[in-house]
Design a protein around this ligand. Structure first.
Ligand SMILES: Nc1ncnc2c1ncn2[C@@H]1O[C@H](COP(=O)(O)OP(=O)(O)OP(=O)(O)O)[C@@H](O)[C@H]1O
Ligand SMILES: [Mg+2]
Length: 390
């Protein structure tokens, strides 16, 4: 099973590396591609004159159709593949001047389906690199247990073998293993593509949470534009032939694709998706009549929002409805989605469009009722922001 080791570059850890302790993290690093080309022996140009800088401490996503050179670009960073021409600098140093094992000590690598060793327990999978560095078994396992917790797995899973885990859990173990030596740089090649969309979203959230804590320089490869704009601070779109088509923050990519290829790749609904990056703070929220569970209310001509004791929305009393006695949960019409203050405008539009009353319910960070807004207000804000950008 050749790919099992390849995924993490472990075969290249030489005996000289063993016995050394991992050095402390040196802080995030910049990765620079300067006129990098990779031509394979059969003449295939996988990467064509790539100029790109990955900013320190960010998640940068490489996205593009199959065969456009994403994996090749990634693997040139840790020298699993050497560039034909051009230079790659990590932290200002040409990767060619470092020997691969030393280089890879500072670069974690995560691949699709995690690439775990099937015959080792989860804990021993994660402890692999610390052991190679010469840590005692006890210390390596204790570090591995910490890392499992960090990636959101219960310590009890440490005793299992990879086959006894779900796909999402295996990916988390893969991330934990890549983080074991606390590398400042993390390369992730389609790490979440083998799991279903719901699990994938959970893993993306987890990665964003981890990154907020760890501040690594992460290059993340995916086919999936939604994943790219969700997690990338900057996104590099590649086209066939290993050519960089556009490199920009997600909001810019969606609002101003560089050409038809990028426009097509980011998709038909890019205008709507771009709303994930528009601030809704300019929408003025209003009050609406409210009632509480247990209140005795009379017939009214307008919709009333029903709140619980903690002022969290429970549902709507339709206009004109008569309540026989007290307001109960059963008499309510379910509400639409809620819009949390301070989040992107897309959520505000969704709250208004999904509300039975046509009024989107706004809540604060604790989920307490803050007011309502209409789709019209949100659209006016979007129009005004578009106008000011032109
Ligand atoms: N060892 C090799 N020899 C010859 N051609 C290769 C080799 N490895 C990759 N290629 C070719 O280089 C191009 C880029 O491959 P690469 O694996 O980087 O693409 P990718 O963008 O990661 O694709 P995918 O999304 O399918 O993973 C492809 O045309 C591929 O066939
Ligand atoms: Mg690939």
């Amino acid at each position: 099973m050749p790919c099992l080791c390849r995924g993490f570059g472990l075969r290249s850890f030489d005996s000289a590396a063993a016995g050394k302790r991992p050095s402390r993290p040196e802080g995030p690093r910049v990765i620079e591609f300067r006129a990098v080309t990779k031509r394979f022996d059969d003449g295939t140009v996988a990467v064509n004159h790539l100029d790109l800088t990955v900013d320190a401490g960010t998640i940068t996503v490489f996205v593009g159709p199959s065969g456009c050179g994403k994996t090749t670009s990634l693997r040139m960073v840790n020298r699993m593949i050497d560039a034909t021409s051009g230079t790659i600098l990590v932290d200002g140093k040409d990767v060619r001047s470092a020997d691969p094992p030393t280089l890879r000590r500072g670069i974690g690598y995560v691949i699709q389906q995690a690439g775990l060793f099937p015959h080792r327990t989860v804990l021993d999978n994660v402890a692999t690199v610390p052991l190679l560095f010469g840590w005692t078994r006890r210390k390596a396992r204790s570090r591995a247990a910490e890392l499992l917790e960090l990636v959101g797995l219960p310590a009890s899973l440490g005793k299992r073998y990879p086959v006894q885990l779900s796909g999402g859990q295996q990916q988390r173990v893969g991330v934990a293993r890549a983080l074991a030596a606390d590398p400042p740089v993390l390369l992730m090649d389609e790490p979440f593509s083998a799991v279903d969309p719901v699990v994938r979203e959970g893993l993306q959230d987890e990665l964003l949470r981890l990154q907020a804590e760890l501040d690594k320089t992460i290059v993340f490869v995916t086919h999936d534009i939604d994943e790219a704009v969700r997690i990338g601070e900057k996104v590099a779109v590649f086209r066939q032939g290993g050519v960089l088509a556009q490199y920009a923050p997600p909001a810019e990519l969606l609002a101003r694709p560089a050409d038809d290829f990028v426009a097509h790749f980011v998709g038909k609904d890019r205008g709507y998706r771009a709303l994930s990056f528009v601030d809704a703070s300019g929408v003025e929220i209003r009050e609406v009549a409210t009632a509480s569970i247990g209140d005795a209310v009379s017939q009214a001509s307008d919709w009333r929002l029903v709140l619980d004791d903690g002022r969290q929305p429970r549902g709507w009393l339709p206009a004109g409805s008569t309540v026989d006695g007290q307001v109960t949960e059963d008499g309510l019409e379910p509400g639409g989605s809620l819009y949390t203050l301070g989040t992107p405008v897309r959520g505000a539009l969704d709250a208004a469009l999904s509300s039975p009353s046509g009024l989107g319910v706004v809540v604060d960070e604790e989920g307490r009722y803050a007011g309502v807004l209409t789709a019209r207000q949100v659209l006016d804000l979007i129009e005004a922001q578009r106008g000011s950008r032109r």
